[in-house]
Structures are given as C-alpha cells and as structure tokens.
Ligand binder design. Structure first.
Ligand SMILES: Nc1ncnc2c1ncn2[C@@H]1O[C@H](COP(=O)(O)OP(=O)(O)OP(=O)(O)O)[C@@H](O)[C@H]1O
Ligand SMILES: [Mg+2]
Length: 319
C-alpha cells in the first residue's frame, strides 16, 4: 500500500504516438464523470497535447514548440505565480494555478469537473537543461520535485487522483514523473517494435522500485493495448506472445482499445461531442474506453492487490 492519500497515475511509454495522451484523457473523463472523483491532469510533455485538448495552447511562433499555455484567468499579478501558469513553475519554486474544465451533463451522465496543470514547452525544456548542467544536489532535487509537490497537504486534500501525461522520452522530467508515481499504465500498439518500448518502461519501473521502500512501490496497473485490430494476424500474434510473457500484466481482452476514428476526432477543435463519455454508448470506442476506465478505477480505488513489483519483472525481449 502506498502512503500517499492521492493516487498519482503515470501514463508512460517512451515510444511516441502510442496513446498516452488519449488514455490520460479517457481515464480522467471516466473517473470524473462516472466515479465522481476529483481529478487533476498534469501535462509533463513538451508537446503539450493534453493542455491543448483541455484548455487550449496559444500559438506563439517564436516560442519553443511554437506554443505557450494560456494566461490563467485567475492570475492577479501576485509574483508568487506566473501569468501563464504551468507545472514547470514548481521546478522554480513558484506556485501553480490549475485550470478547471467542466464537462457538461449529457445523456444519462452527470456533469464532471477536471483540473489541469498545463505544460510549458520552453520551461519544461529549461528544466531538462538545468538538470544536465547542474551539480551538487540539484539533479536530485529536480527528480524529487513533483513527488514533493504531490505530498503537499493542499494537493492531497484537493484531489483523489493525479494523472501524469508524459512525453516520449527519458528526460529528467520523465524521471520526476516516475519518482512521483504511485501507479503506472503503459499504453502500447501491438506492433513488431512495441516490445522495445515496453521493456524499457518495465526496466525503468524496476530500477525506480529499487530506490523505494516496500510500502511505497510503484504499482503497475498494466500494459494497455491501443489501436488494436484483432482481425489481423500481426496484432493477434503480438498480443498472444506478450500475454504468454507477462500474463495479467496485460490488460484483459475486453479493454483493448480498438483502432477507431472516434479517438483522433476528439482532437479536432470545436467538434461535438468532444468527450469520449459523450459519444454513442454502443460505439466500440466508448465501450472499450469505459472498460479501461473501470479497470483502472478498480486498481486505484478498490484495492485490487498490488503487483509484487519487488520481484523481477518479466523481460519480454525476444529470446
Ligand atoms: N485507438 C485509436 N485509434 C485511432 N487513433 C488513435 C487511437 N488512439 C490514439 N489515436 C490517435 O493517435 C495519435 C497519437 O495518440 P496520442 O497523442 O494519444 O499518443 P501519445 O503516446 O500521447 O503520443 P506522444 O508520444 O507524441 O505524446 C493521436 O492522433 C490520437 O488521436
Ligand atoms: Mg502525448
């Protein structure tokens, strides 16, 4: 069991485009709308796709990544905060302002509220540079910074779960996410090269757990297959092989997220419905997303026994 009150769920895979941001959003929606949980999304990816989805990034041609987080509506000039508040500010010992997003009531579902701490491409990159150039205790401080932040009473009291959307690299910010996480989910596409990314993540978790006490081990909820086409031999074989190696570390079959245009459609600005929980409830994307949400919920909140990550995780490389 973790000592934290707030669950911190990291969604990670160093491979790009496998569905980290998509999964972050789906889980956040499900927990907020269907389970009435107080959810905070933290965007730790310099691409800031989650920030753009939830609050909208501003185009800024001369800024890193050509975008900036929006000016926070509650910013009042207090020097403790930045007007374009972002999670990066905590690395500079500043306060942060989260954005609130209300998901309206629709169909038979209640209204939900999600908060998000936006990313900031320039500043997140600066954190990484500071880490590379730092001496003494600074690198350690950077890696521990997120964890320390999520331990603050204000944060613990305000949220039931924090979901970390991470970028496709092993940056110092990624290391900080790994250090802060109480739970992890690894989305992947069942393609030929996917085992590499999964293995790298499992190894990263294992070495992180070597630094932790038994009671605070990072609990892997599992590997979540995404963009799945079970009507192809490639996907069926990949998943079967993986299942034989990792067993129930792989999500159950009814949660596999199918390839569907319903997922990228969410990213189109001003599209309706914007949220996965609001699409047709018979749609395969809705059904699988809800099952993923429920599976993660059960692990986070209903005390599904933790995986004993104290023992060696499976090495899934081809033998
Ligand atoms: N099941 C799916 N079917 C079809 N398209 C999908 C599915 N899941 C995600 N996508 C699309 O694939 C693209 C990549 O997904 P996403 O941004 O979630 O991946 P990511 O791992 O966060 O990428 P990055 O590593 O760049 O942060 C997006 O356009 C998304 O809408
Ligand atoms: Mg992403």
């Amino acid at each position: 069991m973790s000592q934290y009150q707030t669950k911190v769920l990291a969604v990670f895979n160093q491979k790009g485009g496998v569905g980290k941001t998509t999964l972050t959003g789906i889980i956040a929606e499900y927990l907020a709308i269907r389970k009435n949980k107080r959810v905070l999304i933290v965007d730790l990816d310099m691409q800031c796709n989650s920030s753009d989805f939830w609050v909208g990034m501003e185009a800024a041609p001369y800024a890193n990544g050509a975008q900036l987080p929006p000016i926070h509506p509650d910013f009042d000039g207090d020097p403790f905060f930045e007007e374009r508040s972002s999670i990066a500010d905590i690395f500079y010992d500043k306060g942060v302002l989260s954005h609130s997003v209300t998901i309206p009531k629709k169909n038979n579902m209640d209204q939900g509220c999600i908060e998000i701490l936006a990313g900031h491409p320039d500043k997140l990159e600066a954190v990484c540079t500071a880490f590379e150039e730092a001496t003494g205790n600074t690198p350690n401080r950077i890696v521990n910074r997120l964890k320390d932040f999520f331990h603050l009473d204000d944060v613990c009291n305000a949220y039931d779960v924090v979901i970390l959307d991470t970028g496709p690299s092993r940056s110092p910010v990624f290391r900080a996410a790994l250090r802060a996480a109480t739970h992890g989910v690894i989305p992947f596409e069942p393609e030929e090269k996917s085992t590499q990314g999964i293995n790298a993540m499992l190894q990263a978790i294992e070495s992180e757990n070597l630094n932790r006490q038994d009671f605070e081990r990072l609990d892997i909820i599992g590997l979540c297959p995404n963009k799945v086409r079970l009507n192809t031999n490639l996907h069926r074989d990949q998943i079967k092989t993986l299942r034989s190696k990792v067993g129930d570390l792989l999500f159950p079959e009814d949660t596999y997220l199918p390839v569907s245009v319903a997922f990228p459609e969410r990213d189109v600005k001003n599209i309706e419905p914007k949220y996965m929980m609001h699409i047709n409830q018979k749609h395969k994307a809705y059904l699988a997303s809800s099952r993923v949400g429920e599976y993660v919920f059960q692990h986070l909140f209903n005390a599904v026994p933790s995986r004993d990550t104290g023992t060696t995780l499976p090495d899934i490389r081809a033998q």
